[in-house]
Design a protein around this ligand. Sequence first.
Ligand code: GLN
Ligand code: ZN
Length: 781
Amino acid sequence: MTARTFPTGTIIGYPRIGRRRELKRAVEAFWAGRIDAEELERTAADLRAVTRDRLVALGLGRDDSSIPESFSFYDQVLDAALAVGAVPARFAHLLDADGRTDLAGLFTIARGEGEHAPLEMTKWFDSNYHYLVPEISPSTSFSLHAERILANVAEARAAGFRTRPVVVGPVTFLALAKPADDAPEGFRPLDRLDELVRVYAQLLERLHEAGVDWVQLDEPALVSESLDESRERIVAAIGAAYGALGSVAGRPAIFVATPYGSLDEALPALATTAVEAIGLDLVRGTLPESLDAATAAALASKTLVAGVVDGHNIWRGDLAGAFERVEAVRTLSATVAVSTSTSLLHVPHDVEDEPQLDPRLASWLAFADQKVAQVAVLARGLAEGRGSIEGDLDAASAALADRAAAPGVRVPAVRERLAGLADRDFSRAPYEVRVAAQESLELPGLPTTTIGSFPQTGEIRRARAGLVSGSLSADAYAAQMREEIERVIRLQERIGLDVLVHGEPERNDMVQYFAELLDGFAVTTNGWVQSYGSRCTRPSILWGDVSRPEPMTVEWSTYAQSLTDKPVKGMLTGPVTILAWSFVRDDLPLGETARQVALALRDEITDLEGAGIRIIQVDEPALRELLPLKRADQPAYLDWSVGSFRLATAGAASATQIHTHLCYSEFGVVIDAIKNLDADVTSIEAARSRMEVVDDLATSGFDHGIGPGVYDIHSPRVPSVDEVTALLERAVAEIPASRLWVNPDCGLKTRGYDETVASLENLVAATNEVRALAGRERVSV
Ligand code: GLN
Ligand code: ZN
């Protein structure tokens, strides 16, 4: 173990996709065969070099281990899986004699190939980043493959840098893994902790041999109460894992980062191991209120890394307050450092890349580069005293004051409307009353519909690009979108669907579309954030009180409805999802912001109704995603999230049918919330889990309309009529046919037309078979 001190300022991780999405471009070019592995490696090496130089220019140290090696070609959890040899058996053919895989193999494991399904993908804690889920069984044979980690260290060293390798820690790795298919009933990945830790111990030895001073092991699992594994077991695992790693003789100093919340009862367990530095997320989390004597004594001997610069949001924030929080940590240990609360993976690169943003708004923002600079300022304050950074603290405070007073941040009319809300604004007439009123829709039994979007073709995307660049006039764009809508309506009529959609061709994104039309939001040009692999999103910035200057969807929906006698669904994105996929303000409780968005949607629903739209869908695919990691915080969240949906929809007349759509099948914790949404019809993903959700629904007493998805839209595969029929028969056995709807799992925007048409034809054919079988058909089709 070396005696080197931890750097005074650092970050937990840095965006890796490149400020102009260079990595995305290169990776996709490699997939398409346009560049070879060597060129992809070169692009990646260039990106790492640019990042190192940039971080030093922003104030991190060149040779003090303050620069994290957080690069990844696809995902850091996949990297860890490959480094410890945890590759599922179906990919064994991708490994060489030493058990290593090349870049092509890495991407195959991430994306699948033929009948070899990729690793499953799921949300990383409460962020919008998705990681690949490792598969572990008793037969997984762990072995170390540290080549890439060591090569990055050597590359940095050759360029004159001493960097800090970053690896997902062993407890989090297993806590996030799932049992592989060959695992026996009752097996848990964490059962393999001891063997895995032995491989991590070897990794530490190798890093030590390579001259690494500090290694960062990311253990966000220690802050979550929302994992499959019990909290007790996680806490016990920390003691075991870090007890063992701490006693490795020749190793770098260990920094355990625990982003996304407070450690709570995991803190004593971690503190009493031999790790040298512990990271605390002091943005989401807080300092412990009281500590037992043993923990206090143990902490006093550690470096405490105060994560006070928000890595998860884009505000410049209260720097003076952050400095005070750092100082407060000094009561626990004499050795304190400053860092971001989480990896900066969740924010775009640089506010300087947004020249079209209102300069006043821009002065309130800090993207990744500005956050690094903030860390450097706080670190200087820590080293040289507050007096040395007074100017920076004052400038940040002045920006904060300017923001608080700026027009649009607090809009009296919006605040008054919110203050005037009463209970009745959150409730519709009883469900039975609505069902009776909605008879006038004259829907057949087992109505068929889709989730909203139809394929976004190259033509549509080109038209939108033309509109943005000015080469296509607004009128010409609108005319092209109307043509597209007409095509989609005619197609649905021909296929024989019962409730139609306009297809959403005019939407670049289901959140950004609304953000562009609502007051209180701004959109960026280069503000890309990695969502998974090479996929990036550009979240909007919700900076002020939200209101709706004019109708947002009425023209498109009424145009679509004018083309057909079948009902066309109005299509809105719900308040929770709009918040989840934007950068939200930090100066107003989320629940209040959600209610502001809800009121804007409520007005939209009134206008849609007034224009003759009789079915309106309010999508909430992110309802589950924003669920807090801590149990104690969940009831309040469920209360405001459900409340905002109800506020958005409760103004609808009984005869107006309100639908919602959710994108996941693990109902579990949110089942009551979904019931409380009180939508007339809820569509939900179900095909991948073979309708398991139907059982859950039946047992939970859910008694409104339900559309469990009958085919998975994530793959181009066309489901056969028999397959859909079988799923429908399962559903009909558990749910009264009068409440059952037939639809795909999700929207079709990422699909091509060929498979979409074939799949929907089979969906309708299967529905007709089941209708005939059940003899429940009320209206002939
Ligand atoms: N209505 C949206 C669509 O069909 C819903 C998308 C989603 O659930 N993510 O595209
Ligand atoms: Zn969906």
